[in-house]
Design a protein around this ligand. Sequence first.
Ligand code: MEV
Length: 432
Amino acid sequence: MAETSTGTTPKFYDLTLEQRWQWLQTHTNLSAEEIAALSGKAGLSAEQADHMIENVIGTFALPLGIARHFVVNGREVLVPMAVEEPSVVAGASFAARLARAGGGFTAHTTEPHMIGQMQILDLPDPSSARLRLLEAREALLAEAAAVDPVLQRLGGGPRDLEVRLIESSPIGPFLVLHLIYDVRDAMGANAVNTAVERLAGRVQAITGGRVLLRILSNLADRRLARARCTIPLRELAFGDFRPETVRDGIIAAWAFAAADPYRAATHNKGIMNGVDAVVIATGNDWRAVEAGAHAYAARSGRYTSLSTWGKDAEGNLVGTLEMPLAVGIVGGATRVHPAARAALKLMGVSTARELAEIIVSVGLAQNLAALRALATEGIQRGHMALHARQVAIAAGATGEMIERLAEQLVRENTVRIDRAEEILREWSQKHS
Ligand code: MEV
């Protein structure tokens, strides 16, 4: 990208769409075709979509932005985010810049172990059936391993069995078998569901019971992603707010979420703003990730914050986030969707674990951006500037008029469609 007349490189935010595509061409290893897929000029065709789901009539687009300034485990990453909400991409980029001053995000993941569940009913003696299943562990794991030789070759496959006795339920006691399955770089639903379906016959023979449900659990608490960051205190100064005030405000905001489920839901929603945007951009199953995140947040029996915020001995702000993240880079839409493929390439990830490490870092960044705004000037000021553009477009503004109208709406502190339409009418009368 050419430098401006003042000698500085323009901010990505200030570039035109054309300039951003050109920037991708010169600063990334994406091909022209891949850039076209990300830009929406090419991408998923109706014909491709027709092979993905049923009764297809077309495709549905979302804005795709790039969050900047992310450093994850010492590596610079450009983060593609698909999201309709203003301020999300800007918030993530801003928080990533703060974290970068403290060395960026340190992230890691556990092994990609998913849980497949089997519900076993009609057992006269569930406790002895449980032990018989545990005694047959090796045989059951061997049978499950034979189901997917490709995954087995890649180093995945069944790892363990757990059998839980549900002592009380609306239909009385029953057993639940958990098959722990290493799915490597896949999201894993297909591999796990096939394996538990295949084991049903043997499990019935061993227990004398009846296997009903055979399905993976979205509470993927064996497949966790964790990120932490340190924000140097000086970076937190903001307008008239002293850095200590901002830091302590963020910690108090987190304490609210830690103690109150009503606040925790919104706090975690802010985290998921970042998480989902990358999950969607990479063609992954965001409903699965959402379900896992919220179930994990309630694992103690009381719904709470997924993140923590505190300070270190030097007074710097320290944040952490831990959550299940069942995402893949092979199979499903991650491979079929041309924009998802290009998004994965843009991030330069070669394993699903690396992808999860970036996503959990984005979740933490998004949380920081929201808490910092909430603990200082509130989110509406920044949000309204962006929201005003959407209102301007909805009112019928086009081209340069969008920005002009948005600015006026913010200046008047009336970001409403009726006022936007009125201004447009006034402008067109002036010019007629
Ligand atoms: C809005 O999409 C997200 C926030 O409500 C998150 C939060 O309150 O922490 C700003």
